[in-house]
Design a protein around this ligand. Structure first.
Ligand code: AMP
Ligand code: MG
Length: 376
């Protein structure tokens, strides 16, 4: 049977970044490399940096020209605000016009760590960082290399994930190199990220505080840490690319959530290969069906030892990736698996739906965005 043609979208063409020729290979995050990176950052340049969540593309958050380079290097729409990384709570408070009780409690319990708090911004935070909005997103990373870098650079670092806009976030320096290449002068390599998923974003300007983006810290963990209610994240909005602000058809809570957290629009974090999330009960049938149609399939599978899965895995057109049954381990592997499978020129990725519940919310969220393949 002939293979089914798959409409593989091409990534948008990116404008060149005004960046002098430099290292285009990851550099091990030695003390000397960290010092060089800090100097580059302090002088207005871009550095790709490791953190415990994903690799970030960093610039001095107080230098609008440096921050503009981030948007150009990523092809990121100006409407999508950046997270500012700080060395400690004192640095965070200097960037905030207001420090609500929820921010105080959440950061006291969860910083340094994979928690971003959204608060009202201080005037010194450039508008380009917040996409013109009145709030700023702040995070104090736990990873020692990241904090040392911020301390040595002597400034807060604006750093979104170090990938092209809408692509899967990098969890290794190699992913950064593959996605951005020499669009960044220095890539600091400190091995695979501990969490492998972007931080939990908590809006502390509302009562109760609300999760804008689920992440490694779950709503239940945050509620326990804060000692009060935390509103869970709204479901992803089913709409177009994240540079199409205000498109029609978006209603209610979802639309409101997307306007409060612009990067949370539907199509985000997507591999190039079309991906579908399938209930575990029907995944075997779906994979068998697509194999029979002549497709080459990658399957992120939660039950690789099942007899039916093993029978299908005999097919040379099927690549079964066994996924962990524990959410933290699954999260650590997810993006790395998607990056690896994207190299295989497969026709389709099938992903077993993950269990319900707060501990799996971030993974369910990213999978749901990854499968938004409108037009594919
Ligand atoms: P990234 O750095 O690409 O992983 O994503 C950062 C995300 O944090 C954005 O896409 C928003 O969803 C969220 N964010 C950043 N700044 C703000 C802000 N001021 N208000 C609400 N959400 C924000
Ligand atoms: Mg990102």
């Amino acid at each position: 049977m002939p293979p089914v043609p798959v409409n593989r979208p091409s990534l948008p063409t990116l404008a060149p970044v005004d960046w002098p020729a430099g290292t285009d290979r990851p550099a091990a995050a030695t003390a000397a490399a960290i010092a060089t990176a800090a100097e580059l950052l302090a002088s207005g340049r871009l550095v790709a940096i490791p953190t415990e969540t994903v690799y970030g593309l960093a610039a001095n958050a107080l230098d609008p020209d440096a921050v503009a380079l981030i948007f150009r290097a990523k092809g990121r729409p100006a409407s999508n605000p950046l997270i500012v990384h700080v060395a400690d709570t004192a640095m965070a408070r200097r960037l905030a016009a207001d420090w609500p009780e929820a921010a105080e409690r959440a950061t006291a319990a969860c910083w340094p760590g994979p928690l971003t708090v959204v608060v009202k911004k201080a005037p010194e935070v450039p508008d380009i960082v917040t996409a013109g909005g009145p709030t700023v997103a702040l995070r104090c990373p736990a990873f020692h290399v990241t904090r040392r870098l911020i301390e040595q650079a002597g400034c807060p670092l604006a750093a979104p994930s170090a990938n092209r806009s809408e692509a899967v976030s990098p969890t290794t320096a190699q992913h950064v190199l593959e996605g951005l290449g020499n669009r960044v002068g220095l890539i600091l390599d400190a091995g695979p990220c501990e969490h492998g998923l972007e931080s939990t974003v908590l809006d502390c300007t509302v009562v109760p505080p609300r999760i804008l983006r689920p992440g490694p810290l779950s709503a239940d963990q945050l509620a326990a840490a804060i000692g009060g209610e935390v509103a869970p994240a709204a479901q992803p909005v089913n709409s177009g690319p994240d540079d199409q602000a205000g498109e029609p058809g978006r209603v209610g809570q979802e639309a409101e959530a997307a306007s409060r957290s612009p990067g949370q629009r539907r199509r985000h974090y997507a591999p190039r290969t079309p991906l579908e999330v399938v209930p575990m009960a029907t995944a075997t049938e779906r994979v068998a069906d697509r194999l029979a149609a002549g497709e080459r399939i990658g399957w992120l599978c939660l039950s690789p030892a099942d007899a039916a899965v093993r029978r299908l895995a005999a097919s040379p057109a099927l690549l079964v990736v066994p996924m962990p049954e524990e959410p933290a381990a699954y999260g650590r592997m997810l993006y790395a698996s998607l990056h690896a499978l994207d190299h295989r020129e497969l026709d389709r990725l099938v992903v077993d739906a993950v269990p319900d519940g707060s501990a799996w919310a971030a993974i369910a969220d990213r999978l749901s965005r990854a499968q938004c393949t409108a037009g594919r």
